[in-house]
Design a protein around this ligand. Sequence first.
Ligand SMILES: [Mg+2]
Length: 274
Amino acid sequence: MRARKTTTIHALDAAHVADYAAVLCDLDGCLVAGGLPLPGAEDFVHACASTLSIVSNNSADTGVTLSRHLRSIGLPVPPERIFLAGELAVRTIAAERPGARVAVFAEPPLRQLASGLGLEQPEDRADVVLLARDTQFTLATLERALRLIEQGADLVVTNPDLFHPNAEGRPVPETGALLAAFRACCPDLAPRVFGKPEPFLISEALSASGVSAAHAVFVGDNPATDGAAAALAGLDFLHLAPAGQPLAAGASSQPAGHSHANGARPASLEVTPC
Ligand SMILES: [Mg+2]
């Protein structure tokens, strides 16, 4: 595999990605914050329309629901160009374990997707506990999920992020914060994780676009997740850093924090019931 390149920028500019056949871009902190477009996002999306895919750890939406929202704020990206950790997790479970009993801890779009794909969602028993960003999550929810895992259900987590930024840059708790609560009760849990820094989403996006890693670039604001995933998949990484961070244009190296940061652990197929 050729040496990959990391370049740091402080603003989105289509000129930075003009030489690539596929542009994979993170969502929160790059194109939107708090559901609103960030400066430069609209021009970037329009300029890269033929090559752009969104690759996000979002676990609250499906490609269809997110595309609808993005179009409403001036960022037209079709659903087939959107690759989300939550949707990928549900579709993978449905493909690998058709008709499985899955306790889905998520927002309505993911629960509806699971139902539509034939996954049962019983209250008392489960083959899989799927943890996504669930704004209705409570201590009672946690107790129920842990009981299902103790009874033998596999734990699948959509993404390891502890938070994402709102429009003011303040942290909005994410799926990883819920996973931290699981681990507070059962430290030995080793869930299967789909989102970045794992490279599954990038692989899906490249496969759909028909472009090899050598001709694709990943644009992201988080070296520990976006940069690490790009490195694992063999893509150049364009690090969109907040103003004030030093430029590292042309630097060729592993992204800073090449680790499973944000409290995340590597993906694993093994589960250790507590
Ligand atoms: Mg981000």
